[in-house]
Design a protein. Structure first.
Ligand code: PEP
Ligand code: MG
Length: 573
């Protein structure tokens, strides 16, 4: 038995089997081979072709069964590409005539093919460039006799153990079937952490050298609240954690009794409790926990999940599914927030020295016009089926809001010309997640239908602390009075203009922060489905007048630590 310590990223106890995720992309040397070696390189290419084909066929069948024809199509297309006569002929030519290794021939051919595709005027063909990249990785893995690794292949009910996960890798996780995540990298507020919390997956990150300490198939206990990972526990430890888990489940049962009851303070101040989702497959969390709406649909995860850009129909289907499920309850769809730590394999976002201060969110829409236009069309068409609101990420100026509003009108006119059913009469709101947005909140409130405060980015930008920098995690404090003051500026401006204001960043689900947000008079908190019960119970025990008094005091304090102490002293939280 070994106990490892890390960051308490997502609370909850999990006892399950470890599954190690170690992705490898083989290095390709630029070398040639002797003429006698050529036949072996051809054989290696042919064998890889067969292996990748068999692999793609298996995924095709599995996806077809689980998700239907539309989602499986892509794997059928991969098989077709693999057997394309021209591809085969050209790769064999490179091996025979230029004496390239099979690896080099595959890489050079598919790199060039992807580059040509990327420059085509037809957006549909351009989208397919990413598929060449996928095919290349699989062929290179097969030639190198390395296993195909994909998070989509993680066995049911396992604990994923990895060094790090990119947001697009994270997007592939079947959150419902994963029991835990342990990473040696990763901070408290990066996107893997957020996804884990939203889905209620117990997770510990920043565990040094975890891959060297855990083996595939080891029994692992995660205590997400304490940031502890126990490898191969003895019977006594197992029993202790089984009992803790049972207690947790009992508490969840108690929360269920609050289902259908409002989140209202003892003196009658009402807060709407919404949930954050990343895809329609998270809807079960919303239903199980009785959320009153979706306060943040992180639509970019739909884009990151796929190796090609999701088209209008695919997005339309996803948004409509969510809206139909939610009925009259509001769904706040955030326009794709790409950039920062979230990149797409099929667009070349220029390398930037400071991506979080670079071309991100609304700033990208001018440059990638068709991604933006397609998403708006899909959203307006889906809006016919429910209560949709659109939200703009990374706003720093009034003009950005006006630009999106104009685009919505332009796309509505286009849909009308095409005779497509749509609804453009929807609220368009702004994420307050930059200091600029908080400081000009009075101006933004005049052109916005609602505000939603993104405390994750707001904290990083107000405190000048990179949210994914693990070395600075102590400094990343969303209860710092500077952050609270910015939030209050936005809430006050919204109240003055009589527009709704909510919080969709992580602070909305933090027990010590909720009384302060109630004290500000927040209309809505959007949190992980799993947190709804706990936050509702807390709000039902609070007195809003007392919360206002505490808020006034904490705004005058020097730092986050003092804020926490005062809340603990006043409310025992
Ligand atoms: C935020 O910044 O608080 C937010 C909700 O958006 P994200 O975490 O996706 O950047
Ligand atoms: Mg954000």
């Amino acid at each position: 038995m070994e106990i490892l310590k890390g960051l308490p990223v997502s609370q909850g106890i999990s006892i399950a089997t470890a599954w190690l995720y170690i992705p490898k992309t083989p290095a390709v040397e630029s070398r040639t081979v002797s003429s006698s070696q050529v036949k072996y390189e051809i054989a290696a290419f042919r064998a890889a072709q067969e292996e990748v084909e068999a692999h793609q066929r298996r995924i095709y069948e599995k996806t077809l069964k689980r998700l239907g024809e539309k989602n499986a199509e892509i794997f059928a297309a991969h098989i077709e590409m693999l057997r394309d006569e021209e591809f085969e002929k050209d790769v064999l030519n490179l091996i025979e005539k230029r004496r390239y290794t099979a690896m080099r021939a595959v890489k050079e051919y598919l790199d060039e093919a992807a580059a040509i595709m990327r420059n085509l005027p037809d957006p549909f063909l351009r989208e397919r460039a990413g598929e060449f990249q996928d095919l290349q990785t699989n062929l290179l893995l097969a030639i190198s006799h390395l296993p195909f690794t994909s998070l989509a292949k993680a066995p049911k009910d396992c604990i994923v153990v990895a060094h790090d996960l990119t947001p697009s890798e994270t997007a592939l996780i079947e959150t419902r079937y994963i029991k835990g995540i342990v990473l040696s990298a990763g901070g408290l507020t990066g996107h893997v952490a957020i996804l884990a919390r939203n889905s209620g997956i117990p997770s510990v990150m920043g565990v040094p050298d975890v891959l060297a300490k855990v083996k595939n198939g080891d029994t692992v206990i995660i205590d997400g609240g304490q940031g502890e990972v126990i490898i191969e526990p003895d019977e006594e430890t197992l029993n202790i954690y089984r009992a803790k888990k049972a207690e947790e489940e009992k508490l969840q049962q108690e929360y269920q009794e609050l289902h259908g009851k409002p989140a209202e303070t003892v003196d009658g101040q009402r807060v709407n409790l919404y949930s954050n989702i990343a895809s329609p497959s998270d809807l079960y969390l919303v239903e199980e926990n009785g959320s009153e709406g979706i306060g943040l649909f992180r639509s970019e995860f739909l884009f990151m999940k796929s190796s090609v850009e999701p088209g209008e129909e695919e997005q339309f289907d996803a948004y409509r599914k969510v809206l139909i499920n939610m009925g009259e309850r509001p769904v706040i769809l955030r326009l794709a927030d790409i950039g920062g730590d979230k990149n797409l394999p099929y667009i070349d976002i220029e390398k930037e020295a400071n991506p979080f201060l670079g071309c991100r969110g609304v700033r990208l829409y001018q440059k990638y016009r068709d991604i933006f236009e397609t998403q708006i069309c899909a959203a307006l068409r889906a809006a016919v089926s429910g209560n949709l609101r659109l939200m703009i990420p990374m706003v720093t100026a009034v003009e950005e809001v006006l630009f999106v509003r104009e685009e919505v009108m332009r796309q509505a006119a286009r849909l009308k010309r095409l005779g497509k059913n749509h609804n453009a009469n929807i609220p368009i709101g702004v994420m307050i997640e930059t200091p600029a947005a908080a400081l000009i909140a009075p101006q933004l409130a005049k052109v916005s239908s609602f505000f939603s405060i993104g405390s994750n980015d707001l904290t990083q930008y107000v405190l000048a602390v990179d949210r994914s920098n693990i070395a600075l995690s102590d400094m990343y404090d969303n209860l710092h009075p500077a952050v609270l003051r910015c939030i209050k500026l936005a809430v006050d401006a919204a109240k003055k203009e009589k527009i709704e204001v909510g919080v969709c960043g992580e602070i909305a689900g933090q027990m010590s922060a909720v009384p302060l947000l109630v004290g500000m008079g927040i209309d809505e908190l959007s949190i992980s489905g799993k947190r709804v019960g706990a936050v509702k119970r807390l709000i039902r025990s609070l007195d809003a007048v007392k919360c206002r008094g505490i808020l006034e005091q904490v705004l005058e304090l020097d730092n986050g630590k003092m804020v926490r102490e005062l809340i603990k002293q006043e409310l025992s939280l």
